[in-house]
Design a protein around this ligand. Structure first.
Ligand SMILES: [Zn+2]
Length: 692
């Protein structure tokens, strides 16, 4: 048996370096079978301290809690840059002193040699021009100008009017109401704003296609509506620096007396991010340095909408407090700057730091097969070596591949040139798996290709002749078809459309009062239909990958000789002789166990997990490998493999871990680890070919 001989050999392998022997006891496993057609889902138990926490964990770490002293040991030199996006929502068009506050901030930044992003409200830009404050306009223009809605808090605000509109009407209405402010800023500041962020928490998904059509590429703000583990992400076709964990605890308290705590919080974030690089997002409002109450709270709270002649100026702070406020900012910026590898970036510079490497990329048949292999009935994004793919991008790529095959125009590669938007409405779910003939399926692929080309959108419903199918089920069928076509080069007789759902939607919040707690909203405001639309746009969601840092960090840090030895060991012990349907042998180094072995080396411990009574009657061979440490990921207690074909071709599988992670959380962590293993193996292949 492969397993036994591997274990026997394992005992004889001298460890490359001593690892802390720290085997863990697992007592409560929860086995769940989420999809019978895929045979079984088993468990990966990680005790993970990933830099990226699962969204199932609380979104915010304990803010402002006293942090433990880290002792006097100097920190190791960082590997990755820590990018700081500093932004100012420049919005108060009522209190004239806020113009001077904005100017004074630009002077502080100039002294510190830092450029920030000023998201200006359209009405604020017009007001500056009307007041003749060319000095403020020029000072702001030396930084980067973003857009912060046309009138900000005058009702209806974007979420208010969008809450009653569908996808297309909403995009058009956003343009009708907001575009004039954007154009005014272009005129006043001499160039188009580079980014947008919603006023207050008045967020709406229909803003995204509108903004994209204006040429805006970055969404810069904060809020709970959508988030990906507290890091930057792509959503709605824009780079989102939104719902970022690092930096949200640098905000001033009531009397701006928490500077020391803010510094300590920054240091904690820096320590966490500097290993592999990351993004910190810090924001202020120029007006909050000088006022005691927000300009819009005084005038537009709880749905109030007085005419211009009745607008009231908010009360000012006393001069001493104002000095303390500006001092807070200057001190904090100075402190942040003092760390090695900190880079202040603007919204547009963030695009260079986190380019979308999937767009414009040519995908080979082998890559498409790998992408297809990772598509499951839990439809979501994929993180691959130096890029990520949203569900809608997988959909577009795999559909195009099948279409080319059907048309007998096989391509060497498929170009990705668009992130299709999610559907505009939800499809009815399938009652059960559906089989259709190859003839029907292949004709439908042509129909879908035409739809994507025309609308750059995932269709609400995919029609198998007269039968409607949700796009999630269709994507899974596309993935299976792609695998069959690449592996066997024969057309199937029929195609099965399985039950599937958009798992990525869990990163978008459910409608709830906490989304709309901005004091400007009328009492009881909610937007359930709009948040359904927002969840459908999770088709476009994927992490933003830093251009530099991770590739270096997840490389395999071993000698070339050791690398060759591991590859040889993997080929000798994990090779699979081949199985249905194509019976081609798979070299051990290309199996999941082989890849993990090549990247992580021999496991610290190996064992069979105990099955629980409620699993399937048939038990498949499993192996659980424990590792104490995975550089760049943290501690992984164990990685679990399941041999569902019972031919020695063990696959790494995600699963639920009782008491730690739910299924979705475990699957997400599995994806991250899988992505990093693949990345490291790809790097090792390059090293093998090109030398170190
Ligand atoms: Zn604002």
């Amino acid at each position: 048996m492969i397993t036994r001989s591997f274990r026997t050999l394992l005992r004889r392998i001298p460890r490359a370096h001593a690892r802390r022997e720290k085997s863990r006891r697992f007592s409560n496993f929860e086995f769940r079978v989420s999809n019978f057609s895929r045979l079984a889902l088993l468990l990966v138990l990680f005790s993970v301290c990933l830099g990226q926490s699962s969204a199932t964990q609380p979104r915010q770490r304990e803010r402002d809690a006293p942090r433990q002293s880290r002792g006097e040991t100097p920190a190791p030199p960082p590997d990755g840059n820590v990018y700081v996006v500093l932004w100012f929502d420049t919005e108060d068009y009522i209190l004239p002193q806020s113009d001077d506050a904005a100017k004074r901030i630009t002077e502080i930044l100039a002294r510190q040699g830092v450029r920030a992003t000023f998201k200006v409200v359209g009405e604020k830009g017009r007001t500056l021009a009307e007041r003749g404050r060319q000095d403020v306009i020029e000072a702001l223009a030396r930084n980067e100008i973003g857009f912060h809605a046309n009138t900000h808090s005058q009702h209806p605000t974007p979420a208010e009017y969008e809450s009653k509109l569908d996808w297309e009407e909403g995009a058009a209405e956003f343009t009708r109401r907001e575009r004039p402010g954007f154009e005014d800023l272009r005129r006043i500041f001499g160039r188009a704003p580079t980014c947008y962020g919603q006023p207050g928490s008045s967020w709406a998904p229909q803003a995204f296609p509108a903004l994209k059509s204006w040429g805006v590429k970055v969404y810069l703000d904060d809020g709970p509506h959508v988030g990906l583990d507290g890091r930057p992400f792509w959503y709605g076709g824009l780079l989102n620096i939104f719902n970022i964990k690092a930096g949200s605890d640098l905000r001033p308290n009531e009397d701006w007396s928490n500077l020391d705590q803010a510094k300590a919080n920054f240091k904690a974030s820096y320590d966490e991010l500097s290993a592999s690089g990351g993004v910190v997002s810090i924001y202020f409002h120029p007006c909050e340095f000088i006022h005691r109450e927000f300009w819009d709270f005084v005038n537009f709270a709880h749905g109030a909408n007085p005419p211009r002649e009745d607008w009231q100026k908010p009360p000012m702070k006393d001069p001493e407090q104002i000095e303390r406020d500006f001092n807070y900012l200057e001190n904090l910026v100075h402190y942040v700057k003092s760390f090695p590898n900190v880079r202040f970036i603007t919204a547009s510079e963030a695009l260079g730091v986190m380019p979308d490497r999937a767009q414009g990329r040519q995908f080979s048949a082998a890559e498409l097969r790998e992408i297809a292999e990772q598509v499951t009935s839990d439809v979501s994004f994929q993180v691959r070596s130096d890029y990520a793919l949203s569900a809608s991008e997988q959909f577009a790529l795999l559909n195009e591949y099948v279409v080319r095959t059907v048309r007998k125009q096989p391509a060497q590669s498929i170009l990705l040139s668009v992130t299709p938007y999610g559907p505009g409405s939800a499809a009815p779910e399938l009652a059960d798996d559906m089989n259709v003939s190859w003839s029907q399926f292949s004709r439908t692929t042509q129909d879908v290709a035409g739809f994507i080309e025309k609308n750059a959108q995932i269709p609400n419903v995919v029609w198998m002749g007269s039968k409607p199918v949700p796009p999630e089920s269709y994507l899974v069928a596309l993935a299976r078809t792609t695998r069959a076509l690449v592996e066997t080069h024969t057309l199937p007789n029929y195609v099965t459309l399985p039950l599937a759902h958009l798992a990525a939607a869990r990163y978008v919040a459910d409608d709830s009062p906490r989304l709309w707690d901005w004091v400007i909203f009328p009492e009881g405001f909610d937007a359930p239909q709009m948040m359904v639309l927002a969840k459908l746009q999770a088709w476009t969601l994927k992490p933003a990958v830093l251009a530099a840092g991770p590739q270096v960090h997840y490389a395999i840090d071993i000698s070339r000789g050791e690398l060759e030895a591991r590859i040889q060991f993997a080929n000798e012990h994990f090779s699979v002789s081949g199985s249905y349907p194509d019976w081609r042998p798979i070299p051990g180094s290309q199996t999941d166990r082989g890849k993990v072995y090549i990247v992580l080396g021999p496991p610290d411990q190996i064992r069979d997990p105990e099955p629980l009574p409620n699993t399937l009657a048939v038990t498949f061979p499993t192996e659980e490998w424990s590792y104490v440490d995975f550089p760049g990921v943290g501690a992984i207690s164990c990685v679990l493999f399941l041999d569902e074909m019972m031919n020695g071709g063990y696959k790494m599988v995600p699963a639920a871990c009782y008491g730690h992670l739910d299924e979705a959380g475990a699957r997400q962590i599995y994806k991250i680890i899988r992505g990093r293993i693949e990345q490291a193996v790809a790097g090792a292949d390059r090293t093998q070919r090109n030398g170190p």
